[in-house]
Design a protein around this ligand. Structure first.
Ligand SMILES: NC(=O)c1ccc[n+]([C@@H]2O[C@H](COP(=O)([O-])OP(=O)(O)OC[C@H]3O[C@@H](n4cnc5c(N)ncnc54)[C@H](OP(=O)(O)O)[C@@H]3O)[C@@H](O)[C@H]2O)c1
Length: 276
């Protein structure tokens, strides 16, 4: 049975780029409901109401906004969110994995602790939440996943030997998780640079997101799965140093989420398909 609803879910959308992704998807008129998954319920509710007001003033869209609690990296929260989504909406058509975290350059937390927390949200959390959302997406109309990665996730930060492993056409999520664990172990042992890994844990988390995008795209042919880089944006994450507005940055996720005949397994940057 074709669902009557067309639901878009955006993680971490109470501010920054995610807020504008939610606003642009709501204004598009392509969705009956747009749900923002936020870890702070009151800030989520405020953002949702604000977006609802903006669409009622500035567009003819009849999309309804909602905010549900979601902590990326907390598997119980992922399960609770998906159960509620299934009960209240039955399916989802678009998932934008936007929630992300980066330590400031001045943060004194040791590098291995930073790696653990960064990976928990940006990589393992995203992968687990996506796996839990896939059954709901398969029930949705024209299903799509867009993973917000970064230019920091470029493949060239790895040795050529590691590049070959990350781009293996047969790579599975389990094998990718093991590769990410190997990086963490080498960080813990202080040998990650000599073993060909990147010096950036944020970059490695986003490289993992791009690799996972390609695995999900191959394993789920009924879903269009793409990643994007929003560009260097003026948000809290960059201490407002970014040159691009979050409104413009959001378009890099909104394009693959809304375009006709979307590709799958591609990476978008600067508003078009790009290279890894
Ligand atoms: N800004 C850039 O220049 C840039 C460049 C490349 C890629 N990106 C990526 O773009 C995405 C959005 O970045 P942004 O610049 O908009 O960052 P931001 O302003 O710091 O916003 C991040 C959003 O993610 C949420 N979030 C973080 N960790 C979460 C968790 N564990 N569970 C649920 N929500 C969580 C935050 O919630 P709270 O408000 O509760 O903290 C916030 O809503 C991120 O994935 C980032 O890595 C950004």
């Amino acid at each position: 049975m074709v669902p009557l609803t067309r639901v878009a879910v955006i993680t971490g959308a109470n501010k920054g780029i995610g807020y504008f992704i939610a606003l642009q998807l709501a204004v598009s008129g392509l969705f009956t409901d747009v749900i923002i998954g936020c870890r702070d319920s009151s800030r989520g509710a405020i953002a949702s109401e604000e977006i609802q007001q903006k669409i009622s003033i500035g567009s003819s869209s009849s999309t309804k906004m909602h905010s549900l609690p979601l902590i990326i990296g907390n598997v119980q929260s992922h399960t609770d969110f998906c159960e509620r989504l299934e009960q209240e909406f039955g399916s989802a058509s678009v998932l934008v994995n936007n929630a992300g975290f980066a330590y400031k350059g001045s943060d004194p937390t040791p590098f291995n602790e930073q790696t653990k927390k960064t990976f928990e949200t940006n990589y393992y959390g995203l992968v687990d939440f996506t796996e839990k959302m896939i059954p709901l997406l398969k029930k949705g109309k024209d299903p799509r996943i867009v993973n917000v990665a970064s230019m920091a996730g470029k493949l060239k930060q790895l040795s050529s030997e590691l590049q070959t492993k990350y781009t293996d056409e047969q790579l599975t999520i389990e094998q990718l998780n093991s590769l990410m664990k190997s990086f963490e172990k080498d960080v813990h042992d202080g040998v990650h640079r000599q073993n060909g890994w990147s010096s950036s844990n944020y970059g490695m988390s986003k490289l993992g997101v791009i690799a996972a995008t390609k695995v999900f795209a191959r394993e789920e042919p009924s879903i269009s799965v793409n990643s994007c880089c929003p560009g260097y944006c003026d948000t809290d994450m960059t201490s407002n140093m970014g040159r691009r507005s979050p409104d413009d940055g959001a378009k890099n996720a909104v394009i693959p989420a809304t375009m006709k005949n979307p590709p799958t397994g591609e990476h978008f940057a600067d508003f078009d398909v790009s290279t890894w």
